[in-house]
Design a protein around this ligand. Sequence first.
Ligand code: FES
Length: 316
Amino acid sequence: MPLELIINRIENENAGIRVLYLTAADGSDLPAYTPGAHIDVALDGIGTRSYSLIDFSPPMDPPFCYCIAVQREDAGQGGSVAMHQYQFGDIITATEPCNDFELRQTCESPVILVAGGIGVTPLISMATKLQESAVEFQFHYSGRNAAVTAFRKVLEEQFGEQLFLYLDDENPVLLDAVFSSSEKPADVYICGPAGMIEATREAALAAGVSADAIHVELFSTPVTASADEAFEVEIQSTGQVYTIPVGKSIIDVLEDEGLDLVFDCQRGDCGICQTDVISGTPDHRDVVLSEAEKASGKVMQICVSRARSERLVLDL
Ligand code: FES
């Protein structure tokens, strides 16, 4: 049964992240949810977007509301931009909460939570629940820099020494240290971009955590735009040509074909997958390159960017 939700409060957490507080448009009680749950918001002409529900302690104002955070992605499909255009009092339609990333019912200590970027949102609710339940936990949260890291102050106040904050430009997270700083965790919960999830999972497994104790939720930026078309990528070193269909990134296809690539964020903001372009015209969708670099067409981020020409020849 879809919910009609009214935007009761808006806060700009930073230049790119907006926090929306939602109550039922008809004034009724909202359906309950568990930590890790999300709602799917319907956006006209765009589709649906999933947003994790955030619980702080003490409870939010207004009470019994849903709180979501939306990171604006100008290179995305328009969903986050649309969400940033809503105003106080607007009504949105969403699903009832559902949860694919649940805390175990009987939490044993200790629990390790590892968040990357806006992937922090479901883990805030988990940390709040663990704190209320007196379960021992560590909350590791990494962001690109102080300016874009969401909820820093409130998280420091609420979780104190249980919060470990890392900024890529100051003290980047050392995943081996995360798992050596605690006795072997009963459970590990990870939310963030794919590269961060895989690196954290590997570190946890290396530390002796069993695979079934590692729970993940991917936060990723869709790479599809309505005008997208398939294009070809030629690998200069081998001459092999691959077709990149709509809905898949260059990295997706080349990795599936067995090429060994270096990448991390898969959101176009870390720069690690940057690749030289021998010929063809990239369609840049990253936030790494300067305007001059984009205009030159000589490099591209192959995790999110596509092509304006039928074929790209890449220096791979
Ligand atoms: S993997 Fe980070 S920009 Fe491509």
